[in-house]
Design a protein around this ligand. Structure first.
Ligand code: IPE
Ligand code: IPE
Ligand code: MG
Length: 253
C-alpha cells in the first residue's frame, strides 16, 4: 500500500458507522451481534487515529432517528455504549484521549448519562486527541436548537440581529470550538448523510465504502485516508489558484 503523507492528514475525521445489522444478517446472527462486533472496529479506528496524530474524531453512534428502532435494540445499544465507555476509560487516559459528545444527550438513559459525563470529566485534561461521540444526534435538531438559543440571547439583549454571521451561528452549535470535519467516511455503501453534521459538512470530503462497519478495520481506514490525500480541496477557487496560491493572493487582495 502507498504511504500516507503525515503532513496531509485530515485534522478532523467524522464517521457514519453503518452496516452492523447487515453484517449480522449475512451470518444468520441477530443485529445485536453486529453491534457488538462493531465495537471492535471503534477501538481499532480510535487507536489508529491516535497513532497517526489525527486531532479530532467524531463517531455517529446513535442518531435522533434511531429512537424509532425496536425497544430491545435501543436498550442493548445503550447498554453496549455504557460498557464501552467504562471499558475504554483506561485506554483514553493512557493515550491522552479526551472524550466529548454532541446531541440531545438528555434523552439518554440516566445510567448512560452518568457514565458519559464521568468519562468526559475524567478525560477533560487530555490533549492528544478528542473523541466526539454523536449520541441522540440530529443535524436539523442541532440547527433548530442553536437558532432558539440565539434568539434567546437576542431577547436578553446579548446579541443583535446584525451580529449574526456564519461564525457567530457556528458558536451556537454543539460543535462550538471544534473544527469542521475534513473527511466523512460512511461504511456499508449508503449514499446519504442521514442527518449528520449538516452545517459542519458544507466542505467536507466524502468517502463511501461498501465495507460494513464491523469489517472496517485499520487497513480499510488507511485506504480512506490515502484516498483523501489525493483530493484537491478547492473551496470554490479554481484548481490553478490552489496550485499557485501566492500569485493568486496578490491578485485578489
Ligand atoms: C449502524 O448499523 C449502527 C447504528 C445505527 C446504531 P445499523 O444498525 O444501521 O446496520 P444496518 O444499516 O441495519 O446494516
Ligand atoms: C446512521 O445510520 C446513524 C448512525 C450510524 C448512528 P442509520 O442506519 O440509522 O441510517 P439510515 O436510517 O439508514 O439513513
Ligand atoms: Mg444502518
Amino acid at each position: 500500500m502507498e504511504r500516507l503523507n503525515p503532513d496531509k492528514l485530515p485534522q478532523h475525521v467524522a464517521i457514519i458507522m453503518d452496516g452492523n445489522g447487515r453484517w449480522a444478517k449475512k451470518r444468520n446472527l441477530n443485529r445485536i451481534a453486529g453491534h457488538q462486533k462493531g465495537i471492535e472496529s471503534v477501538r481499532d479506528v480510535v487507536r489508529t487515529s491516535r497513532e497517526l496524530g489525527i486531532k479530532w474524531l467524531t463517531l455517529y453512534a446513535f442518531s435522533e432517528e434511531n429512537w424509532r428502532r425496536p425497544k430491545y435494540e435501543i436498550d442493548t445499544l445503550m447498554d453496549l455504549l455504557n460498557r464501552y465507555l467504562k471499558g475504554e476509560l483506561k485506554e483514553m487516559l493512557d493515550n491522552g484521549i479526551r472524550l466529548a459528545c454532541i446531541g440531545q444527550t438528555e434523552k439518554l438513559p440516566q445510567e448512560v448519562q452518568r457514565t458519559l459525563w464521568q468519562t468526559i470529566e475524567k478525560t477533560a485534561h487530555n490533549k492528544e486527541m478528542t473523541l466526539i461521540l454523536a449520541l441522540s444526534y440530529g443535524g436539523r435538531q442541532e440547527i433548530v436548537q442553536s437558532v432558539r438559543n440565539m434568539l434567546e440571547d437576542i431577547e436578553k439583549g446579548k446579541l443583535t440581529v446584525k451580529q449574526i454571521t456564519e461564525e457567530r451561528l457556528s458558536k451556537y452549535l454543539y460543535t462550538a470550538g471544534i473544527p469542521y470535519p475534513d473527511l466523512l467516511i460512511r461504511t456499508s455503501g449508503e449514499y446519504r448523510i442521514s442527518n449528520f453534521l449538516l452545517w459542519q459538512m458544507a466542505y467536507t470530503e466524502i468517502f463511501i465504502t461498501p465495507t460494513l462497519w464491523p469489517d472496517f478495520r485499520r487497513e480499510r481506514y488507511l485506504e480512506a485516508l490515502l484516498d483523501y490525500q489525493k483530493r484537491e480541496r478547492r473551496f470554490g477557487y479554481t484548481g490553478e489558484q490552489i496550485i499557485h496560491p501566492k500569485q493568486e493572493k496578490t491578485q485578489h487582495k
